[in-house]
Design a binder for this molecule. Structure first.
Ligand code: COA
Length: 213
């Protein structure tokens, strides 16, 4: 996987013609974030050996990547980032960035189960400087960004139980899915890595290509 990032917006970043339809009514802030994130994506594609191309928005709101590429975009906490990989090595990637700040009151109960919440409390006792509730949110967003383009299926927050490891900076999402979806995609578990830097939480998920493909 290759990733590229930019702190803040590059006001010279361009929106390509095929992309512009998606932001005709956008605020200048949204336009700058959209353009800067796609500039990161084009840099990452070039490093992967692909020419820079337009990255339009699909009806699902997922980015449309060129044939042979999977990828993910994120913009938040004053960071813009893109990650891409070839389909020869990866089925999907997902990335997310969030501020290292606690979630608004009432949000955690909406996105986490009682068992997940009790694990976060234990982590908070050991490492109080990490906003573990926000990290759980970010990891679930990264999992969704990998999951949806790969399967075309929505995934609710409660269809994934997350375990975060503090010592290895990894996380594991166990998916609770219908057996038909499970057999279609052959995925029960999605694993990822997390990090904390300059007041931001970063999460990344890579789903490797199936051994039988
Ligand atoms: C789509 C979603 C994950 C985006 O996350 P976010 O933290 O709000 O925003 P980010 O800035 O990190 O990412 C935005 C980018 O996500 C990407 N994205 C949007 N919809 C997507 C989808 N269906 N699949 C993959 N990527 C998607 C886009 O590239 C978007 O950037 P762009 O609009 O500039 O092209 C979020 O809005 C959402 O709908 N979440 C609910 C589903 C979910 O997370 N379930 C949890 C399962 S455990």
């Amino acid at each position: 996987m290759v990733s590229e990032q930019t702190k803040g917006d590059d006001l010279h970043a361009e929106v390509w013609h095929e992309e512009s339809v998606h932001i005709v009514n956008a605020t200048p802030e949204r336009r700058a974030e959209f353009a800067t994130t796609r500039q990161c994506a084009r840099r990452a594609l070039q490093r992967l050996g692909f020419p820079p191309v337009a990255i339009p928005v699909l009806p699902s709101r997922a980015p449309a990547w060129p044939a042979g590429v999977v990828g993910s975009l994120t913009h938040g906490a004053d960071l813009r980032a893109a990650a891409v990989a070839t389909t020869a090595t990866c089925r999907a990637v997902g990335i997310d960035v969030e501020p290292n700040d606690g979630l608004p009151n009432g949000t955690l109960e909406f996105i986490a189960s009682p068992i997940e919440i009790s694990r976060l409390r234990a982590l908070g006792t050991l490492w109080p400087k990490v906003a573990w509730d926000r990290l759980l949110f970010s990891a679930k967003e990264a999992i969704f960004k990998a999951w949806f383009p790969m399967t075309g299926h929505w995934l609710n927050y409660h269809e994934c139980t997350l375990t975060i490891e503090s010592d290895t900076a990894t996380f594991t999402g166990r998916l609770h899915l219908d057996s038909s979806i499970r057999s279609d995609f052959g995925i029960d578990v999605i694993t990822g890595q997390w990090g904390i830097s300059e007041g931001r939480l970063l999460t990344a998920v890579v789903v490797p290509t199936r051994a039988d493909q």
